[in-house]
Each structure stands twice: as structure tokens, then as C-alpha cells.
Design a protein around this ligand. Structure first.
Ligand code: SF4
Length: 430
């Protein structure tokens, strides 16, 4: 069966106005232009990545029970940090694709992961971004025979359909954990539950998840979830909600087409962006369940609330390790990860909540020259700080987001050691 015939199931559904994302994905899996398993060069590419991205210093730290002292700097590394398997798999597949298609023009629909070092590496391999004009991707640049990579946090179903219809080769590196969330919202859709997606409405993963959902609303935190639940209970939760018009205005970028808060909030299912704070997703799920119980009574709750665990293990492990690390007596934290990385932002959030001075950097270039750092805070711009490393002994906690190669962490730490060494040589000369 050729690619066209394989798309029939989804095409028929679409023609009848009942686009079936699941059927489309099933058809796509049989499409000869579509690859989501790599090309048989896994070991070779992992070896190449190991040369480019791993770090002797981090290996040494791990061998030493995650603690290491040089001079008067003691580094304490989180028990879980850095590249998750979904990210490693995505990068490996992109490397494989380049080897398999050495001559073809190769595109990617978005950053493969949120890390500038890795993204620059792909650029060097002549993998280009689909250009964006007025916030709309211009797929007309893709010619027959080109290869298009879909990143680790997926692509929208509309983009996949477009590429499938164009007959271009697709290499889909979407993390299976993200696909699991898509399956969850698909279940909500089939059973006519509204998906409440805990995420950021503009994050690529959430945009993709929403594209697979039927009726949905995206809430970014507990405050927004409270607002929704208060509306459901007619203002009897905490009085934070407003009128129907105010509701629609507040969530105008975060709801499905024709969303009606008066009719679409009777049956709810929870789903999440895989990199959100795990505890917050759980708390939102419990709040929704309690709200449904209050509105419809305990006997009816199962008809009004649906929950599956869609929190990714890697996110959970990194957050748990961070909670453990911040229990130690630390003078400061360094969080390494891309500034648009959601999971990194939550690691920074944990440090800031504990009032630990925490410096979030995306590469070693942010450190120096001299005892200076340019870093990001959870809410805010990039800020610069002079004399950020103190005289005398210092204990620094360090962690990195799921998209961050160990090599970047090593480069940051080497800058720290160099600054401290410099302080002593300057003092000695004086
Ligand atoms: S953080 Fe989780 S969902 Fe995201 S790529 Fe890694 S394993 Fe997959």
C-alpha cells in the first residue's frame, strides 16, 4: 500500500468533518516516508554524542558520591540532572537522519531540544529551521525529497498532516512520554471530557498536545486552576473568578475554538506538559476532582473527572533530586539549561522558593570576564552580577535541565574554578 492509500482512514474521517487524530497517527506509522525509530546507527551516534557532550569532571563527581572539592570550592551535584533519555534519543535520531540522508536538504520544525549548544551543532550539520513569518511557519520552502525532523516535544497534528500530504520524508523524534499525553487527551476527546492541560499555552509541546485534544483549556498554575474551579462552583470556592466574558477574555489564548465555560466544564480530564512541576500537576488534579465532587456529589465524580498519570519520570526524578539537594547547607546554586527550557525553569523555581541565591545560565559564556555572571531569574530578564563568587570557602549546588549536555556543566564549573584561582593569585600578588 502506498503512502496515499495508507492515509485513507484519516482522509475519510477528515472528509466527514470528524478528523480522527488517532487514525491519522496510525496511518502515518505505516507511511514509508515516516520514520520514528531511527536508521540503525544508534551505537555509532551515541558514541559520537558521548565525545561531544559528556564530561570527565561530571564522571569524577559521580564517582565521588556527587561531591567534589577543588581549593575552597565544594561542588555538590544533584543525584539526577542533565540529558533525559527522551532528549538523548531525539538528538541521536537527528544525527542518524543526517548520516542516512547525507545530501538531502534537511529541516526541523522547531528547536530539537531547548539547548543552544546542541541546536548550534545541528545547524553546523546543515539542519535548518523552517522559517517563520509573522509567527507562521513557512513550509513552502520544503521541496519534494527534503527531510523534515520533528523535535523531541513533537509537532502539531496540522503540521504532520501538511508534511504527510506534501509527501516529504519525516523523521519524528517526539518523546514517547509526550505521545503518551497525546493519547490521554485523545481518550478525553473520545469520551467527551474537556482536557484541562497544565502547561504554558505558547510552549511547543503544549501547542502540539492541544492540537490532538478535542475541547480543552490550558492552565499554567494553581492560581488559574483555582479561577476555573471557582467559576465551576459559581464563585463559591474563593471568589476569584468573574463573569463568562471575563473568563473567555482571560483564557482567550488557552482554550479550544468555541469553548463555552458554561457547558464545557462539566466533564474534565487532566493532562500536562511533561515538564511542569509534578507536585503542581497533582495538586491541580486533586482540586479538579474535589470541585467535581462538590458540584455533582461523590457518587457521580467518575462521570465528571478522569485522571491518568502523565508526569514524565525524567522530570520527576530531576525535581525530586533538586528538592533533596536544596536541603543541604549550600551557599548558592547554579542551574544550567536553556532559557526557554521549561523543566530548567522549574529547577530554578525550587531554588528560589528556598531563598537560595541561584544563578541560572544557559552556557559558560555567561560566566566572566572576571568575577561576573549574567544569569536569569525565574521571573525576569537577564541580570548581571559582579563579585558573585565570595572570598573564602563556598559550597555550590549544581544541576542541569533535561536538555543540557554534561559538557556545558563542566565548562561552567571550570569557569568557577578559574575565577576562584584568580582571586588567590591576585591576593598573593597584592
Ligand atoms: S523531559 Fe520527559 S517528556 Fe521531555 S523529552 Fe525528556 S523524557 Fe521525554
Amino acid at each position: 500500500m502506498g503512502p496515499r492509500a495508507q492515509g485513507t482512514e484519516a482522509a475519510e474521517a477528515a472528509a466527514e468533518g470528524r478528523f480522527d487524530a488517532k487514525a491519522f497517527k496510525r496511518a502515518l506509522n505505516k507511511n514509508l516516508n515516516y520514520n520514528r525509530n531511527g536508521f540503525g546507527y544508534k551505537e555509532e551516534m551515541l558514541e559520537k554524542m558521548s565525545q561531544e557532550y559528556t564530561s570527565d569532571l561530571i564522571t569524577k563527581l559521580k564517582e565521588n558520591n556527587n561531591e567534589y572539592t577543588i581549593g575552597d570550592v565544594t561542588i555538590s551535584l544533584a543525584k539526577s540532572y542533565g540529558f533525559c533519555w527522551g532528549v538523548e534519543r531525539a538528538v541521536q535520531m537527528a544525527y542518524e537522519a543526517r548520516k542516512h540522508y547525507p545530501e538531502q536538504k534537511m529541516w526541523i520544525t522547531n528547536e530539537i531540544i531547548h539547548n543552544p549548544t546542541v541546536n548550534n551543532k545541528l545547524k553546523d550539520m546543515d539542519i535548518q529551521y523552517i522559517p517563520v513569518d509573522n509567527e507562521v511557519k513557512d513550509f513552502t520552502v520544503v521541496d519534494d525529497g527534503d527531510v523534515v525532523i520533528l523535535p523531541a516535544f513533537g509537532a502539531t497534528v496540522q503540521e504532520m498532516r501538511l508534511l504527510s500530504d506534501r509527501g516529504v520524508k519525516m523523521v519524528d523524534t517526539t518523546c514517547p512520554w509526550v505521545s503518551k499525553v497525546w493519547n490521554t487527551v485523545e481518550k478525553h476527546r473520545v469520551k467527551t471530557y474537556t482536557s484541562v492541560i497544565h502547561g504554558k499555552y505558547s510552549h511547543e509541546e503544549t501547542v502540539a498536545t492541544a492540537s490532538f485534544a478535542g475541547t480543552y483549556i490550558i492552565v499554567k498554575n494553581m492560581t488559574e486552576a483555582n479561577y476555573v474551579c471557582d467559576y465551576i462552583l459559581g464563585g463559591k470556592l474563593d471568589g476569584s473568578s468573574g463573569t463568562r466574558e471575563e473568563f473567555l477574555e482571560k483564557f482567550k489564548f488557552a482554550i479550544s475554538k468555541d469553548f463555552d465555560p458554561d457547558t464545557d466544564l462539566d466533564r474534565l480530564g487532566i493532562a500536562n506538559q511533561t515538564t511542569m512541576l509534578k507536585g503542581e500537576t497533582e495538586a491541580i488534579g486533586k482540586l479538579l476532582e474535589r470541585t467535581m465532587m462538590q458540584k455533582f456529589g461523590p457518587a457521580e465524580v467518575n462521570d465528571h473527572f478522569m485522571s491518568f498519570n502523565t508526569i514524565c519520570d525524567a522530570t520527576q526524578e530531576r525535581q525530586d533530586a533538586m528538592f533533596e539537594l536544596v536541603e543541604e547547607p549550600l551557599d548558592m546554586m547554579i542551574v544550567v539549561g536553556g532559557y526557554n527550557s521549561s523543566n530548567t525553569s522549574h529547577l530554578q523555581e525550587i531554588a528560589e522558593q528556598r531563598n537560595i541565591p541561584s544563578f541560572w545560565v544557559d552556557s559558560a559564556d555567561r560566566v566572566g570576564p572576571g568575577n561576573k555572571i549574567a544569569h536569569r531569574l525565574l521571573y525576569g530578564e537577564l541580570v548581571e552580577k559582579d563579585n558573585w563568587l565570595p572570598d573564602g570557602p563556598v559550597k555550590i549546588g549544581i544541576t542541569s535541565g533535561a536538555s543540557t549536555p554534561d559538557k556545558v556543566v563542566e565548562d561552567v564549573l571550570n569557569k568557577v574554578f578559574a575565577i576562584k584561582a584568580d582571586m588567590y593569585s591576585t591576593a598573593a600578588v597584592a
